[in-house]
Design a protein around this ligand. Structure first.
Ligand SMILES: CC(C)=CCC/C(C)=C/CC/C(C)=C/CC/C(C)=C/[C@@H]1[C@@H](COP(=O)(O)OP(=O)(O)O)[C@]1(C)CC/C=C(\C)CC/C=C(\C)CCC=C(C)C
Ligand code: ATP
Ligand code: MN
Length: 307
């Protein structure tokens, strides 16, 4: 019996160097906040983060990008098989070559990658979330997982033990997940208008009801006191997750604390921008102006030293 998978490849894959360069380019193009942060890391770590970013970006593009219309559950099944192959040391596409190399250098678990695909699957079949519990699961899957993947590359401070009698380093897993969730909630609040035009509402419906604000109001882009109160509530919750994340940074290896503080500060300031826009996320896109971003870097550095 002829096994297709045993046939020699029709195409040669990129070299490891070229594959990392491709992942760097993907990160530089899409991640206006994360890319500068990664430049503050050592070479092996930043290259591994680029490989992970490129994989996450490609996964997200399957359901969110320009070709999302042709994505079916089977597309994601194949993507998951490709993931298994990468973790078995067999790259399929050029960016996989970098990920395979990164997996050999760092101890990275496959589970968060599978969970992220499960999160993208949710986007295929659902466009509403009834409760925050449901939204929380979605946020863990598409973004909390990024925290887990990144932490295994960035590493922890080996001098901080779990307890004085247990010499294993403390791993700030919950705090890493919290940063992913905080960022995803921020992303959702910034993109409410854009998402509703695509037929998607991520804000929990029971919370809309709590503030007497209807789905139809949201679709019509109504900004009134009901909406502002609802947004204040959502922003407050996102900030709680940032605060939880902040507590974990000092457990990371010292050289990555600055980049992580930078990423946290830059992303969380989108919430401040939403407030400055008086909660109009329908006709305005909240963003952090470049001078503010630049000013955040030395502040992040100070926090990385002091906290
Ligand atoms: C150094 C650093 C910050 C590394 C993380 C870089 C990385 C691998 C990011 C992957 C992002 C990605 C493409 C995920 C796919 C799903 C998705 C789109 C999630 C949203 C990201 C925003 O991406 P983007 O802005 O490009 O999307 P839009 O164009 O706006 O649609 C998310 C909001 C998730 C982002 C996740 C994080 C910020 C988690 C980072 C967590 C850590 C680095 C752990 C830190 C550890 C502790 C203890 C706090
Ligand atoms: N300094 C700026 N001046 C003008 N527009 C900006 C600026 N920063 C961001 N924007 C607008 O906001 C959009 C998203 O910006 P950015 O990529 O920084 O956010 P993000 O996608 O959430 O971050 P990241 O990709 O790092 O996760 C940009 O495409 C642009 O339209
Ligand atoms: Mn982006």
């Amino acid at each position: 019996m002829l096994q297709l998978s045993k046939l020699p490849r029709m195409r040669t894959l990129a070299s490891t160097e070229d594959a990392y360069e491709l992942c760097r380019q993907i990160t530089a193009k899409y991640a206006k906040t994360f890319y500068p942060s990664t430049l503050l890391m050592s070479k092996p770590k930043r290259r591994a983060i680029w490989a992970i970013y490129a994989w996450c970006r490609l996964t997200d593009e399957l359901v969110d990008g320009s070709e999302a219309g042709i994505t079916t559950p089977e597309t994601l099944d194949r993507w998951e098989q490709q993931l298994e192959s990468v973790f078995a040391g067999e790259p399929v596409d050029d960016p996989d070559v970098a990920l395979v190399d990164a997996l050999q250098r760092f101890s990275i678990d496959i589970e968060p990658f599978r969970d992220m695909i499960a999160g993208q699957r949710m986007d295929l079949y659902r466009s509403r979330y009834k409760t925050f519990e449901e939204l929380h699961l979605y946020c863990y899957r598409v973004a909390g997982t990024v925290g887990l993947m990144s932490t295994s590359v960035m590493g922890v401070d080996t001098k901080q033990y779990v307890t004085p009698w247990n010499q294993d380093a403390y791993v700030p897993t919950q705090q890493a997940i919290a940063l992913g969730i905080a960022s995803q909630l921020t992303n959702i609040l910034r993109d409410v208008g854009e998402d509703s035009r695509r037929g998607r509402i991520y804000l929990p419906l029971d919370e809309l009801a709590l503030f007497n604000y209807t789905e139809q109001d949201l679709i019509n882009g109504v900004v009134d006191e009901r909406w502002r109160e609802l947004m204040r509530f959502q922003i407050q919750r996102a900030r709680k997750f940032y605060r939880e994340a902040e507590k974990g940074i000092s457990y990371l290896s010292p050289e990555v604390r600055w980049p992580v503080w930078a990423a946290l500060m830059l992303y969380s300031q989108i919430l401040d921008a939403i407030e400055k826009n008086d909660y109009d996320v329908f006709t305005k896109r909240a963003y952090v102006p470049t001078p503010r971003k630049l000013l955040s870097l030395p502040v992040a550095w100070l926090r990385a030293q002091a906290l």
